[in-house]
Design a binder for this molecule. Structure first.
Ligand code: ADP
Ligand code: MG
Length: 451
Protein backbone atom coordinates (compact mmCIF):
# COMPACT_ATOMS: atom_id res chain seq x y z
CA UNK A 1 0.00 0.00 0.00
CA UNK A 2 1.42 3.39 -0.82
CA UNK A 3 1.05 6.40 1.46
CA UNK A 4 -2.16 7.84 0.09
CA UNK A 5 -3.84 4.48 0.13
CA UNK A 6 -2.80 4.00 3.73
CA UNK A 7 -4.14 7.40 4.71
CA UNK A 8 -7.42 6.71 3.00
CA UNK A 9 -7.69 3.25 4.48
CA UNK A 10 -7.27 4.69 7.99
CA UNK A 11 -9.95 7.28 7.30
CA UNK A 12 -12.23 4.60 5.88
CA UNK A 13 -11.86 2.58 9.08
CA UNK A 14 -13.25 5.54 11.00
CA UNK A 15 -16.00 6.17 8.47
CA UNK A 16 -17.09 2.55 8.79
CA UNK A 17 -17.95 3.22 12.42
CA UNK A 18 -19.68 6.53 11.74
CA UNK A 19 -22.08 5.72 8.91
CA UNK A 20 -24.48 2.89 8.08
CA UNK A 21 -23.41 -0.05 5.96
CA UNK A 22 -25.44 0.92 2.87
CA UNK A 23 -24.17 4.48 3.09
CA UNK A 24 -20.61 3.24 3.29
CA UNK A 25 -21.11 0.98 0.31
CA UNK A 26 -22.87 3.51 -1.88
CA UNK A 27 -20.64 6.45 -1.21
CA UNK A 28 -17.36 5.88 0.50
CA UNK A 29 -16.38 2.55 -1.01
CA UNK A 30 -16.59 4.15 -4.43
CA UNK A 31 -13.89 6.72 -3.83
CA UNK A 32 -10.30 6.13 -4.75
CA UNK A 33 -7.34 8.13 -3.45
CA UNK A 34 -5.32 9.47 -6.35
CA UNK A 35 -2.97 12.12 -5.01
CA UNK A 36 -1.94 14.31 -2.11
CA UNK A 37 -1.89 17.99 -3.04
CA UNK A 38 -1.14 20.85 -0.63
CA UNK A 39 -1.92 18.55 2.30
CA UNK A 40 -5.24 17.64 0.82
CA UNK A 41 -6.10 14.12 -0.19
CA UNK A 42 -7.59 13.98 -3.67
CA UNK A 43 -10.28 11.33 -3.99
CA UNK A 44 -11.69 10.35 -7.32
CA UNK A 45 -15.00 8.80 -8.23
CA UNK A 46 -16.69 7.86 -11.46
CA UNK A 47 -20.07 8.86 -10.18
CA UNK A 48 -21.31 12.40 -9.75
CA UNK A 49 -23.99 11.08 -7.39
CA UNK A 50 -21.23 9.96 -5.04
CA UNK A 51 -19.45 13.31 -5.16
CA UNK A 52 -22.63 15.34 -4.71
CA UNK A 53 -24.07 13.03 -2.09
CA UNK A 54 -21.02 13.22 0.12
CA UNK A 55 -20.56 16.96 -0.27
CA UNK A 56 -24.19 17.64 0.44
CA UNK A 57 -25.00 15.21 3.22
CA UNK A 58 -21.95 13.48 4.54
CA UNK A 59 -19.23 16.10 4.90
CA UNK A 60 -19.64 16.24 8.68
CA UNK A 61 -19.02 12.50 8.99
CA UNK A 62 -16.13 12.68 6.57
CA UNK A 63 -14.48 15.51 8.47
CA UNK A 64 -14.94 13.77 11.76
CA UNK A 65 -13.41 10.60 10.34
CA UNK A 66 -10.41 12.62 9.13
CA UNK A 67 -9.96 14.15 12.57
CA UNK A 68 -10.31 10.84 14.36
CA UNK A 69 -7.91 9.09 12.02
CA UNK A 70 -5.17 11.50 13.17
CA UNK A 71 -3.79 11.61 9.65
CA UNK A 72 -1.85 14.78 8.98
CA UNK A 73 -3.95 16.11 6.16
CA UNK A 74 -6.02 19.23 5.94
CA UNK A 75 -8.99 17.74 4.23
CA UNK A 76 -10.08 16.00 1.10
CA UNK A 77 -11.16 17.07 -2.35
CA UNK A 78 -13.52 14.85 -4.27
CA UNK A 79 -13.17 14.97 -8.02
CA UNK A 80 -14.78 13.24 -10.93
CA UNK A 81 -12.78 11.10 -13.27
CA UNK A 82 -12.67 13.67 -16.05
CA UNK A 83 -11.38 16.33 -13.65
CA UNK A 84 -8.38 14.22 -12.85
CA UNK A 85 -5.96 15.83 -15.25
CA UNK A 86 -6.44 19.28 -13.77
CA UNK A 87 -5.50 18.03 -10.31
CA UNK A 88 -2.79 15.55 -11.03
CA UNK A 89 0.05 15.89 -13.49
CA UNK A 90 0.16 13.17 -16.10
CA UNK A 91 3.04 11.24 -14.55
CA UNK A 92 1.10 10.94 -11.32
CA UNK A 93 -1.89 9.40 -13.01
CA UNK A 94 -1.84 5.66 -12.53
CA UNK A 95 -0.57 4.19 -15.76
CA UNK A 96 -2.77 1.15 -15.92
CA UNK A 97 -6.44 1.89 -15.86
CA UNK A 98 -7.39 0.17 -12.64
CA UNK A 99 -10.78 -1.35 -12.42
CA UNK A 100 -12.95 -0.27 -9.56
CA UNK A 101 -13.24 -3.29 -7.38
CA UNK A 102 -16.03 -2.47 -5.00
CA UNK A 103 -14.80 -2.90 -1.48
CA UNK A 104 -16.75 -4.20 1.39
CA UNK A 105 -17.10 -2.51 4.70
CA UNK A 106 -14.54 -3.58 7.21
CA UNK A 107 -16.34 -5.13 10.12
CA UNK A 108 -15.56 -4.18 13.66
CA UNK A 109 -16.69 -7.16 15.71
CA UNK A 110 -18.06 -6.69 19.20
CA UNK A 111 -15.05 -6.83 21.46
CA UNK A 112 -16.87 -8.65 24.24
CA UNK A 113 -18.41 -11.31 22.07
CA UNK A 114 -15.56 -13.77 22.27
CA UNK A 115 -15.33 -17.50 22.91
CA UNK A 116 -13.74 -16.75 26.27
CA UNK A 117 -16.83 -14.84 27.30
CA UNK A 118 -19.21 -17.52 26.08
CA UNK A 119 -20.34 -19.93 28.79
CA UNK A 120 -20.66 -23.47 27.52
CA UNK A 121 -23.28 -25.91 28.75
CA UNK A 122 -25.12 -28.90 27.34
CA UNK A 123 -27.53 -26.58 25.57
CA UNK A 124 -24.93 -24.92 23.35
CA UNK A 125 -21.84 -27.09 23.44
CA UNK A 126 -22.30 -28.54 19.98
CA UNK A 127 -22.85 -25.13 18.37
CA UNK A 128 -19.89 -23.67 20.26
CA UNK A 129 -17.62 -26.55 19.22
CA UNK A 130 -18.64 -26.25 15.57
CA UNK A 131 -18.09 -22.48 15.72
CA UNK A 132 -14.62 -22.93 17.21
CA UNK A 133 -13.69 -25.47 14.57
CA UNK A 134 -14.83 -23.10 11.83
CA UNK A 135 -12.87 -20.24 13.39
CA UNK A 136 -9.74 -22.39 13.42
CA UNK A 137 -10.03 -23.52 9.82
CA UNK A 138 -12.50 -21.43 7.85
CA UNK A 139 -13.56 -22.74 4.46
CA UNK A 140 -12.65 -26.35 5.03
CA UNK A 141 -14.99 -29.16 5.92
CA UNK A 142 -17.61 -27.41 8.04
CA UNK A 143 -19.21 -25.43 5.29
CA UNK A 144 -21.72 -23.87 5.52
CA UNK A 145 -22.27 -23.65 9.26
CA UNK A 146 -25.92 -23.11 10.14
CA UNK A 147 -26.70 -22.19 13.75
CA UNK A 148 -30.26 -21.90 14.98
CA UNK A 149 -31.97 -21.23 18.26
CA UNK A 150 -34.58 -19.05 19.93
CA UNK A 151 -33.92 -15.32 20.28
CA UNK A 152 -31.53 -14.33 23.02
CA UNK A 153 -29.61 -17.60 23.18
CA UNK A 154 -26.28 -16.39 21.84
CA UNK A 155 -26.30 -16.79 18.05
CA UNK A 156 -25.02 -13.30 17.34
CA UNK A 157 -22.49 -13.68 20.15
CA UNK A 158 -21.14 -16.84 18.52
CA UNK A 159 -20.91 -15.24 15.07
CA UNK A 160 -18.94 -12.32 16.46
CA UNK A 161 -16.74 -14.72 18.43
CA UNK A 162 -15.90 -16.50 15.17
CA UNK A 163 -15.13 -13.15 13.53
CA UNK A 164 -12.91 -12.01 16.40
CA UNK A 165 -11.06 -15.31 16.46
CA UNK A 166 -10.45 -15.48 12.71
CA UNK A 167 -9.16 -11.91 12.59
CA UNK A 168 -6.90 -12.58 15.56
CA UNK A 169 -5.25 -15.47 13.74
CA UNK A 170 -5.52 -14.10 10.20
CA UNK A 171 -5.70 -10.31 10.28
CA UNK A 172 -5.70 -10.16 6.50
CA UNK A 173 -8.72 -12.33 5.93
CA UNK A 174 -11.76 -10.62 4.54
CA UNK A 175 -14.43 -11.46 7.06
CA UNK A 176 -17.84 -9.92 6.64
CA UNK A 177 -20.79 -10.03 9.00
CA UNK A 178 -24.21 -8.74 8.12
CA UNK A 179 -27.77 -9.38 9.14
CA UNK A 180 -30.21 -10.69 6.56
CA UNK A 181 -32.04 -7.41 7.05
CA UNK A 182 -28.98 -5.36 6.12
CA UNK A 183 -28.22 -7.65 3.24
CA UNK A 184 -31.69 -6.90 1.92
CA UNK A 185 -31.37 -3.15 2.48
CA UNK A 186 -28.01 -3.14 0.83
CA UNK A 187 -29.42 -4.87 -2.20
CA UNK A 188 -32.34 -2.46 -2.39
CA UNK A 189 -29.94 0.51 -2.27
CA UNK A 190 -27.76 -0.99 -4.98
CA UNK A 191 -30.66 -1.51 -7.28
CA UNK A 192 -32.30 1.82 -6.56
CA UNK A 193 -29.10 3.69 -7.24
CA UNK A 194 -28.45 2.16 -10.61
CA UNK A 195 -30.50 2.08 -13.70
CA UNK A 196 -28.24 -0.45 -15.26
CA UNK A 197 -27.29 -3.92 -14.27
CA UNK A 198 -23.84 -2.69 -13.32
CA UNK A 199 -24.43 -2.10 -9.64
CA UNK A 200 -26.36 -5.31 -9.27
CA UNK A 201 -23.32 -7.03 -10.70
CA UNK A 202 -21.04 -5.09 -8.37
CA UNK A 203 -23.22 -6.10 -5.47
CA UNK A 204 -22.53 -9.72 -6.23
CA UNK A 205 -18.91 -9.02 -7.08
CA UNK A 206 -18.02 -7.55 -3.73
CA UNK A 207 -19.21 -10.65 -1.88
CA UNK A 208 -17.22 -12.84 -4.19
CA UNK A 209 -14.02 -11.35 -2.79
CA UNK A 210 -14.67 -12.47 0.76
CA UNK A 211 -13.03 -15.25 2.69
CA UNK A 212 -15.81 -15.53 5.24
CA UNK A 213 -19.41 -14.39 4.97
CA UNK A 214 -21.75 -14.46 7.96
CA UNK A 215 -25.44 -13.74 7.64
CA UNK A 216 -27.32 -13.40 10.90
CA UNK A 217 -31.06 -14.06 11.26
CA UNK A 218 -31.73 -15.49 7.80
CA UNK A 219 -35.41 -16.03 8.70
CA UNK A 220 -35.76 -12.37 7.74
CA UNK A 221 -35.39 -13.35 4.08
CA UNK A 222 -38.84 -14.97 4.10
CA UNK A 223 -40.84 -13.80 1.08
CA UNK A 224 -38.02 -11.52 -0.11
CA UNK A 225 -37.50 -13.04 -3.52
CA UNK A 226 -34.80 -10.81 -4.93
CA UNK A 227 -32.73 -11.04 -1.75
CA UNK A 228 -33.04 -14.80 -1.88
CA UNK A 229 -32.02 -14.79 -5.51
CA UNK A 230 -28.94 -12.67 -4.76
CA UNK A 231 -27.97 -14.72 -1.77
CA UNK A 232 -28.30 -17.86 -3.85
CA UNK A 233 -25.69 -16.56 -6.31
CA UNK A 234 -23.44 -15.19 -3.61
CA UNK A 235 -23.66 -18.51 -1.80
CA UNK A 236 -22.70 -20.48 -4.88
CA UNK A 237 -19.84 -18.15 -5.75
CA UNK A 238 -18.34 -18.47 -2.29
CA UNK A 239 -19.07 -22.12 -1.78
CA UNK A 240 -17.41 -23.20 -5.02
CA UNK A 241 -14.39 -21.08 -4.13
CA UNK A 242 -14.27 -22.94 -0.77
CA UNK A 243 -14.92 -19.80 1.23
CA UNK A 244 -16.62 -20.07 4.58
CA UNK A 245 -20.31 -19.29 4.93
CA UNK A 246 -21.97 -19.00 8.33
CA UNK A 247 -25.69 -18.51 8.83
CA UNK A 248 -27.93 -18.08 11.82
CA UNK A 249 -31.67 -18.42 12.17
CA UNK A 250 -34.25 -18.35 14.91
CA UNK A 251 -35.75 -21.61 13.63
CA UNK A 252 -34.63 -24.87 12.05
CA UNK A 253 -34.12 -25.05 8.29
CA UNK A 254 -37.30 -27.00 7.68
CA UNK A 255 -39.33 -24.22 9.27
CA UNK A 256 -37.97 -21.55 6.94
CA UNK A 257 -41.10 -22.02 4.90
CA UNK A 258 -41.02 -18.85 2.87
CA UNK A 259 -37.49 -19.27 1.67
CA UNK A 260 -36.90 -21.13 -1.58
CA UNK A 261 -35.94 -24.79 -1.33
CA UNK A 262 -32.81 -24.34 -3.41
CA UNK A 263 -31.54 -21.96 -0.74
CA UNK A 264 -32.66 -23.85 2.37
CA UNK A 265 -31.26 -27.10 1.00
CA UNK A 266 -27.92 -25.32 0.70
CA UNK A 267 -28.23 -23.93 4.23
CA UNK A 268 -28.59 -27.47 5.51
CA UNK A 269 -25.88 -28.98 3.35
CA UNK A 270 -23.00 -28.50 5.79
CA UNK A 271 -23.10 -28.52 9.57
CA UNK A 272 -26.33 -27.67 11.37
CA UNK A 273 -26.08 -26.90 15.08
CA UNK A 274 -28.83 -25.83 17.43
CA UNK A 275 -28.77 -23.88 20.66
CA UNK A 276 -31.31 -24.85 23.28
CA UNK A 277 -32.42 -22.87 26.33
CA UNK A 278 -29.71 -23.23 28.97
CA UNK A 279 -30.00 -25.29 32.14
CA UNK A 280 -30.23 -23.60 35.52
CA UNK A 281 -26.52 -24.19 36.15
CA UNK A 282 -25.55 -22.62 32.83
CA UNK A 283 -27.80 -19.64 33.48
CA UNK A 284 -26.13 -19.12 36.84
CA UNK A 285 -22.68 -19.36 35.27
CA UNK A 286 -23.64 -16.82 32.60
CA UNK A 287 -25.01 -14.42 35.21
CA UNK A 288 -21.85 -14.73 37.28
CA UNK A 289 -19.74 -13.93 34.26
CA UNK A 290 -21.89 -10.95 33.32
CA UNK A 291 -21.96 -9.62 36.90
CA UNK A 292 -18.18 -9.78 36.95
CA UNK A 293 -17.98 -8.12 33.55
CA UNK A 294 -20.33 -5.26 34.41
CA UNK A 295 -18.91 -5.00 37.95
CA UNK A 296 -22.31 -5.58 39.52
CA UNK A 297 -22.19 -6.47 43.17
CA UNK A 298 -24.73 -9.28 43.70
CA UNK A 299 -24.97 -12.18 46.09
CA UNK A 300 -25.32 -15.81 44.91
CA UNK A 301 -28.87 -15.79 46.26
CA UNK A 302 -29.75 -12.94 43.91
CA UNK A 303 -28.09 -14.65 40.96
CA UNK A 304 -30.12 -17.80 41.62
CA UNK A 305 -33.28 -15.78 41.86
CA UNK A 306 -32.74 -14.10 38.47
CA UNK A 307 -31.75 -17.42 36.89
CA UNK A 308 -35.03 -18.91 38.10
CA UNK A 309 -37.07 -15.97 36.87
CA UNK A 310 -36.02 -16.02 33.20
CA UNK A 311 -35.44 -19.43 31.66
CA UNK A 312 -35.70 -18.91 27.93
CA UNK A 313 -33.87 -15.79 26.94
CA UNK A 314 -30.38 -14.84 28.06
CA UNK A 315 -30.77 -11.32 26.75
CA UNK A 316 -33.74 -10.74 29.05
CA UNK A 317 -31.94 -12.41 31.93
CA UNK A 318 -28.96 -10.14 31.38
CA UNK A 319 -31.34 -7.17 31.22
CA UNK A 320 -32.70 -8.07 34.65
CA UNK A 321 -29.21 -8.30 36.07
CA UNK A 322 -28.35 -4.88 34.66
CA UNK A 323 -31.56 -3.36 36.02
CA UNK A 324 -30.71 -4.75 39.43
CA UNK A 325 -27.16 -3.44 39.12
CA UNK A 326 -28.39 -0.02 38.15
CA UNK A 327 -30.87 0.06 41.03
CA UNK A 328 -28.10 -0.99 43.42
CA UNK A 329 -25.80 1.77 42.24
CA UNK A 330 -28.60 4.35 42.57
CA UNK A 331 -29.15 3.22 46.14
CA UNK A 332 -25.48 2.93 46.78
CA UNK A 333 -25.62 -0.61 48.15
CA UNK A 334 -25.05 -4.15 46.89
CA UNK A 335 -27.96 -6.20 45.56
CA UNK A 336 -27.99 -8.64 48.45
CA UNK A 337 -31.57 -9.70 49.05
CA UNK A 338 -34.51 -11.05 47.11
CA UNK A 339 -36.70 -8.21 48.41
CA UNK A 340 -34.30 -5.68 47.02
CA UNK A 341 -34.29 -7.42 43.63
CA UNK A 342 -38.08 -7.64 43.54
CA UNK A 343 -38.23 -3.95 44.22
CA UNK A 344 -35.70 -3.25 41.46
CA UNK A 345 -37.57 -5.40 38.95
CA UNK A 346 -41.04 -4.28 39.94
CA UNK A 347 -41.30 -1.50 37.40
CA UNK A 348 -39.77 -3.41 34.57
CA UNK A 349 -42.01 -6.44 35.09
CA UNK A 350 -45.16 -4.36 35.44
CA UNK A 351 -44.30 -2.78 32.10
CA UNK A 352 -44.18 -6.20 30.59
CA UNK A 353 -47.55 -7.33 31.87
CA UNK A 354 -49.44 -5.53 29.10
CA UNK A 355 -47.37 -7.23 26.52
CA UNK A 356 -48.79 -10.38 24.98
CA UNK A 357 -46.26 -13.18 25.12
CA UNK A 358 -46.29 -16.96 25.37
CA UNK A 359 -46.14 -16.82 29.11
CA UNK A 360 -49.23 -14.68 29.35
CA UNK A 361 -51.25 -16.86 26.96
CA UNK A 362 -50.37 -20.01 28.86
CA UNK A 363 -51.05 -18.44 32.25
CA UNK A 364 -54.47 -17.22 31.20
CA UNK A 365 -55.34 -20.57 29.63
CA UNK A 366 -54.33 -22.28 32.88
CA UNK A 367 -56.51 -19.94 34.94
CA UNK A 368 -59.42 -20.51 32.59
CA UNK A 369 -59.24 -24.29 32.91
CA UNK A 370 -58.05 -24.27 36.53
CA UNK A 371 -54.88 -26.21 35.88
CA UNK A 372 -51.31 -25.55 36.94
CA UNK A 373 -48.72 -23.92 34.72
CA UNK A 374 -46.16 -26.59 35.62
CA UNK A 375 -48.57 -29.38 34.65
CA UNK A 376 -49.45 -27.93 31.29
CA UNK A 377 -45.75 -27.80 30.46
CA UNK A 378 -45.12 -31.17 32.09
CA UNK A 379 -45.17 -34.73 30.82
CA UNK A 380 -48.64 -35.88 31.90
CA UNK A 381 -51.14 -36.58 29.13
CA UNK A 382 -54.44 -36.73 31.00
CA UNK A 383 -57.51 -35.34 29.29
CA UNK A 384 -57.70 -32.41 31.77
CA UNK A 385 -54.25 -31.30 30.70
CA UNK A 386 -54.25 -32.17 27.01
CA UNK A 387 -57.16 -29.87 26.18
CA UNK A 388 -55.73 -26.66 27.67
CA UNK A 389 -52.24 -27.56 26.47
CA UNK A 390 -53.36 -27.94 22.86
CA UNK A 391 -55.58 -24.90 23.02
CA UNK A 392 -52.75 -22.78 24.43
CA UNK A 393 -50.41 -23.99 21.69
CA UNK A 394 -53.01 -23.20 19.07
CA UNK A 395 -53.64 -19.73 20.49
CA UNK A 396 -49.94 -18.93 20.49
CA UNK A 397 -49.69 -19.83 16.80
CA UNK A 398 -52.65 -17.56 16.09
CA UNK A 399 -51.82 -14.62 18.35
CA UNK A 400 -48.04 -14.68 17.90
CA UNK A 401 -47.50 -16.12 14.41
CA UNK A 402 -43.92 -14.90 14.32
CA UNK A 403 -42.87 -17.38 17.01
CA UNK A 404 -41.31 -20.48 15.46
CA UNK A 405 -43.16 -23.73 16.17
CA UNK A 406 -40.01 -25.26 17.60
CA UNK A 407 -39.85 -22.41 20.11
CA UNK A 408 -43.41 -23.05 21.19
CA UNK A 409 -42.65 -26.74 21.56
CA UNK A 410 -39.62 -25.88 23.67
CA UNK A 411 -41.69 -23.67 25.88
CA UNK A 412 -44.07 -26.54 26.63
CA UNK A 413 -41.42 -28.58 28.39
CA UNK A 414 -39.19 -29.37 25.41
CA UNK A 415 -41.79 -30.84 23.06
CA UNK A 416 -41.15 -31.30 19.38
CA UNK A 417 -42.46 -28.85 16.77
CA UNK A 418 -44.58 -31.65 15.26
CA UNK A 419 -46.56 -31.77 18.51
CA UNK A 420 -47.36 -28.10 18.04
CA UNK A 421 -48.40 -28.66 14.42
CA UNK A 422 -50.65 -31.50 15.55
CA UNK A 423 -52.26 -29.33 18.26
CA UNK A 424 -52.73 -26.41 15.90
CA UNK A 425 -54.36 -28.45 13.14
CA UNK A 426 -56.54 -30.35 15.57
CA UNK A 427 -57.81 -27.17 17.22
CA UNK A 428 -58.41 -25.45 13.92
CA UNK A 429 -60.69 -28.32 12.93
CA UNK A 430 -62.36 -28.47 16.33
CA UNK A 431 -63.12 -24.76 16.37
CA UNK A 432 -64.61 -24.98 12.90
CA UNK A 433 -66.83 -27.92 13.94
CA UNK A 434 -67.76 -27.16 17.50
CA UNK A 435 -69.30 -23.90 18.78
CA UNK A 436 -68.33 -24.70 22.34
CA UNK A 437 -64.66 -25.08 21.45
CA UNK A 438 -64.86 -21.87 19.48
CA UNK A 439 -66.24 -20.00 22.47
CA UNK A 440 -63.46 -21.20 24.75
CA UNK A 441 -60.85 -19.99 22.28
CA UNK A 442 -62.59 -16.62 21.91
CA UNK A 443 -62.93 -16.19 25.68
CA UNK A 444 -59.27 -16.82 26.29
CA UNK A 445 -58.23 -14.59 23.44
CA UNK A 446 -60.28 -11.75 24.91
CA UNK A 447 -58.71 -12.26 28.31
CA UNK A 448 -55.25 -12.23 26.76
CA UNK A 449 -55.85 -8.91 25.07
CA UNK A 450 -57.70 -7.27 27.93
CA UNK A 451 -56.03 -8.38 31.08
P1 ADP B 1 -29.33 -14.15 19.67
O1 ADP B 1 -28.49 -13.62 18.58
O2 ADP B 1 -29.41 -15.65 19.68
O3 ADP B 1 -30.68 -13.52 19.77
P2 ADP B 1 -27.34 -12.88 21.31
O4 ADP B 1 -26.11 -13.49 20.73
O5 ADP B 1 -27.65 -11.50 20.95
O6 ADP B 1 -28.61 -13.81 21.04
O7 ADP B 1 -27.24 -13.03 22.89
C1 ADP B 1 -27.98 -12.24 23.79
C2 ADP B 1 -27.15 -11.91 25.00
O8 ADP B 1 -26.92 -13.09 25.74
C3 ADP B 1 -25.79 -11.36 24.64
O9 ADP B 1 -25.47 -10.33 25.54
C4 ADP B 1 -24.86 -12.54 24.81
O10 ADP B 1 -23.57 -12.12 25.21
C5 ADP B 1 -25.54 -13.29 25.92
N1 ADP B 1 -25.28 -14.73 25.86
C6 ADP B 1 -25.98 -15.66 25.18
N2 ADP B 1 -25.48 -16.90 25.38
C7 ADP B 1 -24.41 -16.73 26.21
C8 ADP B 1 -23.46 -17.64 26.77
N3 ADP B 1 -23.52 -18.96 26.56
N4 ADP B 1 -22.50 -17.13 27.56
C9 ADP B 1 -22.46 -15.81 27.80
N5 ADP B 1 -23.31 -14.91 27.30
C10 ADP B 1 -24.28 -15.36 26.51
MG1 MG C 1 -28.99 -12.16 17.15
Amino acid sequence: MNTIEKIWSNILDRIAVLVSAPCYEIYFSRLKPVALKDDKLILMTEYSSVKNGIMKNLSAELNMAIRESMEKIEGVVIILKDELSSYVSSDEVPKKKEEFVPSIQKIVFQKNYTFDNFVIGDSNKYAAAAARAVAEAPGTSLNPLFIYGMPGLGKTHILHAIGNEILRNHPDMRVYYTTAENFTNDLIYSIRNSNNAELARQFREKYRNLDVLMIDDVQFLANKTSSQESLFHVFNDLYTAEKQIILSSDRPVKELTYIEDRLTSRFASGVVADIQPPSFETRVAILQKKAFHYKIDVTPEVINYIAEKEKYNIRLMEGMLKTVGYFASLNNRPADSIEFVMEALRDSSSNQSNEVNMNKIVEITCDYFGVKFADICGKKKTKELVEPRQLAMYLITVILPEIPLATIGQFFGGRDHTTVIHARDKLQQKIADDANAKKKAEDIKNLVYNR
